[in-house]
Design a protein around this ligand. Structure first.
Ligand SMILES: Cc1cc2nc3c(=O)[nH]c(=O)nc-3n(C[C@H](O)[C@H](O)[C@H](O)COP(=O)(O)O)c2cc1C
Length: 399
């Protein structure tokens, strides 16, 4: 090995390498590496961009026990909260943690102003997330205290949860259902719900809210037709479809890249509607009519296959009840999960004035405000949908 010689001319053969302090073999290795790096650099840059663009996804698990550290505990609560259902899987939530307090806020960038102009569905979604957080607290034997913010809070704050130690463990069954719950868009098998199961679901609905049921076949079929028309008209409405299309994910990679929205596979559409979804649901495509027909028919068949339909209402219109209504819905959904009952909210009929009024009439809920319409029944369980991770939705500060 040639070492550079201090104070004298370097040996001849090592001259080109001496200036770099490298011998021939090392020089070749370094030069080869540099050459390879410059050839591969565009790909490496692309790979790192692609890696950076992928949001980390939240896993569908919850810890058995509360983590000991305050911040870890808050993180675990938020991990349970983000597994909640949300309108278009928009996940319109943010969390701010300060010691043993979590503040839940609405993320206005995730609102759907055309189809949900008064943010009813958004607040229901936030209520569902809040309920998961409270269920986690109770299951771990903590005592949560909730303070609600008014619906017009300028900063979008929804509620604050502070917790203290020392309660008995409650809601364990609901807690166990959090990672198991799914919105089920499969065809159901038509079997009805046992009266005691229906009672268990109704028992989750608090004061000021009501749950109306329909399970006789002719009424159920006529509501299926109503849902068909509402879905078809909504998709053919350019503004509404432009908004909804933004939350539709056409492939697995698109779903994973966003970590939100509803994948075309989850809609359970078959044939051309699935293969040509990019055209069928493009608001400017001449094939939109085909997409509208396929989706409307799919929803109609889904409603017809249900064992029962339910309408959650408030008495009378009170936006401050929308978050508690989301909490009640989530308790119902978790209870249903434990009982092996499939559920799917179907919001479109409530998003359009004529079917909304008609739905209220068919459920005999005149004078009440409809908040969530859903079908229930029995079917195999679908796959979980993606969630953005805690790191993307929470900011944490130690007390
Ligand atoms: C207020 C609200 C309205 C919803 N409306 C619909 C709907 O119209 N159609 C539907 O298939 N799912 C609907 N969902 C279910 C969401 O699409 C679902 O929660 C989301 O895609 C995440 O999937 P997951 O519930 O399986 O976790 C609704 C959920 C909420 C909270």
């Amino acid at each position: 090995m040639h070492a550079p010689v201090r104070g004298g001319p370097p040996p001849k053969s090592s001259a080109p390498f001496a200036a770099t302090g490298l011998d021939r073999r090392r020089f070749l290795i370094v030069a080869g590496g540099a050459l390879a790096w410059s050839a591969l650099r565009p790909y490496a840059a692309w790979a790192s961009r692609a890696g950076a663009a992928l949001p980390p996804l939240q896993v569908w698990t919850v810890p058995d026990e509360a983590p000991a550290d305050d911040l870890d505990r808050a993180r675990a609560m938020i991990g349970a909260a983000v597994l909640a259902p949300s309108h278009w899987n928009a996940q319109p939530w943010r969390f701010e943690v300060d010691g043993a307090t979590v503040r839940l806020l609405a993320d206005a960038r995730r609102a759907l102003p055309v189809t949900d102009p008064d943010q009813r569905a958004m607040r229901l979604s936030l209520g569902a997330a809040l309920e998961n957080l409270l269920v986690a607290c109770r299951a771990w034997g903590l005592r949560p205290a909730v303070t609600y913010h008014p619906p017009d809070d300028p900063g979008g704050a929804i509620a604050e949860v502070a917790w203290s130690a020392g309660g008995a463990s409650r809601d364990r069954a609901l807690y166990a259902a959090i990672p198991e719950r799914r919105t089920n868009r499969h065809a159901y098998d038509g079997r009805g719900l046992y009266a005691e199961n229906r009672a268990a679901l109704t028992a989750q609905i608090g004061a000021d809210l009501r749950l109306h049921w329909i399970d006789d076949r002719p009424a159920l079929h006529s509501i299926a037709d109503l849902a068909f028309e509402a879905v078809r008209d909504q998709i053919l409405d350019h503004r509404a479809e432009t908004e909804c299309r933004a939350w539709m994910r056409l492939g697995d990679d698109e779903s994973l890249r966003h970590g939100d929205g509803i994948s075309i596979d989850a809609f359970e559409l078959g044939g051309p509607a699935k293969w040509f979804a990019s055209r069928y649901f493009d608001p400017d495509s001449w094939l939109l009519g085909e997409g509208a027909g396929s989706m409307a028919k799919h929803v109609r068949d889904g409603v017809r296959s249900a064992g029962a339909l339910a309408l959650l209402t408030a008495l009378p219109r009170r936006p401050d009840l929308w978050v508690p209504a989301g909490q009640a819905y989530e308790r119902m959904a978790l209870t249903a999960t434990g009982l092996g009952i499939a559920m799917q909210p179907i919001d479109t009929p409530l998003e359009r004035s004529a079917p909304r009024a008609e739905l209220v009439r068919r459920f005999g809920a005149e004078g009440e405000e409809p908040l969530l319409f859903m079908r229930l029944g029995h079917a195999r369980r679908p796959d979980p949908s993606p969630r953005r991770s805690i790191a993307l939705v929470a900011s944490l500060r130690k007390a």
